[in-house]
Design a protein around this ligand. Structure first.
Ligand code: GLU
Length: 377
């Protein structure tokens, strides 16, 4: 086995079907997983674990014999299962003298810049202090429509928010299977191409995601320069998949990072995680300047404002034809933009009595869409 350089920061995602198959905590799998995580830590890497399994570990204790599908029983099951899951990890991590830290996130934590920064700082502080953050979605309090839903995408958002060097997705599948030959595809360079091998509805039974959400996660990661690796969780024959991935000898699927893009974590959040709170319809000149030159959006280029939002909110920037050309964070609230739209930046103070910025959306706060044909609903 070749010994590779230790990676600085690794995010590992483990699915419900690995840690709680059939709705029962798999103690052997968790022990192996923790041993494998500890090995990575002892090589000097900082590790974040994103673990599913709260709902799967909890529903039986509440008297159900099948995984709940509606929101209330799911929330209740997660409230029971999450501490059970944490207990299992804590007991085994203690044997390696590693302190676990529970971090429960919601989609909103990624949708609001302040909360995003807060979550990011928390993770950063935990990692620097030597703790091992164990992340899950805060299932027992989030409403269905506010949910990220699957931990695959959550893990990718966590990886981008803490600037990870690699995202490893541990699943019951050995990797991405070739639709025709049924064999694992070892390398993926184009996620769009990889999608043709995937049936979007298939899932593992106890988890929420399937191969489609794993590709979504890989796409978020690689777009931000983070390689992703999809492989099977620990088994008798292969108890240490993480060590194998790091050593470069794993048989799963490697998603190569898109080095041409390398956008920063800030832009990743804006483009992928932030929920748009409104729409700014811009004139042709502004649309061209944004999509071709990556220019900032000035008040003069704004034709119409839709929605009610505060300064700092994420909005979609749309051309007159309804095509979304960018998403960005506004320096002004909707009602302020309503008053300064179509006007020169120099007259902002005259109109509002103050100026926060010359730009309504600064280029550094903007993610220009690559696919300029994406229509807005
Ligand atoms: N957050 C859910 C849980 O812990 C799992 C979501 C998923 O399966 O991706 O039960």
């Amino acid at each position: 086995m070749s010994v590779a350089e230790p990676l600085e920061r690794v995010v590992i995602k483990v699915g419900s079907a690995v840690v709680a198959p059939g709705g029962r905590l798999d103690v052997v799998a968790i022990t192996r997983l923790v041993d494998d995580l500890a090995g990575l830590r002892h090589q000097g890497s900082q590790v974040v674990l994103v673990s599913s399994g709260a709902v799967a570990c909890g529903f039986r204790a509440l008297g159900a014999d099948a995984l709940p599908t509606s929101i209330r029983p799911k929330q209740a099951a997660a409230a029971v299962g999450q501490p059970a899951l944490m207990r299992a990890y804590s007991e085994r991590l203690a044997m390696h003298a590693i302190t676990p830290a529970q971090v429960l996130l919601t989609a909103d934590d990624f949708a609001h810049r302040e909360r995003f920064l807060n979550a990011r700082h928390t993770l950063e502080t935990l990692l620097i202090s030597g703790a091992l953050p164990i992340v899950n979605e805060n299932d027992s309090v989030v409403f269905d429509e506010m949910k990220l839903g699957d931990n695959d995408r959550l893990s990718a958002l966590v990886a981008t928010s803490c600037d990870a060097d690699m995202l490893i997705l541990l699943s019951v599948a050995p990797g991405l299977l070739d639709r025709d030959s049924g064999t694992v595809i070892p390398h993926v360079r184009s996620i769009a191409e990889a999608r043709r091998h995937v049936d979007s509805a298939a899932s593992s039974g106890v988890g929420t995601g399937g191969m489609a959400t794993k590709l979504d996660a890989a796409q978020i990661a690689v777009t931000h320069g983070i390689p992703a690796h999809l492989t099977q969780g620990p088994t008798d024959a292969r108890p240490n998949p993480i060590a194998q991935v790091i050593a470069g000898v794993d048989q799963g699927t490697r998603f190569e990072p898109d080095t041409s893009l390398n956008v920063r974590a800030r832009k990743s959040w804006i483009g992928f995680a932030a929920a748009a709170r409104g729409v700014l319809i811009v004139d042709d000149g502004a649309a061209k300047a944004i999509s071709r030159k990556g220019a900032s959006l000035l008040p003069g280029g704004i034709a119409r404002v839709e929605g009610s939002f505060e300064a700092g909110a994420a909005v979609d920037i749309v051309d007159r034809g309804g095509t979304r050309i960018a998403r960005g964070l506004v320096s002004y609230a909707a009602e302020e933009i309503e008053r300064i739209k179509g006007r020169h930046s120099e007259s902002i103070t005259e109109i509002l009595g103050y100026t926060y910025a010359d730009e309504v959306v600064h280029r550094n706060d903007m993610q220009v869409m690559k696919d300029a044909n994406a229509q807005v609903d």
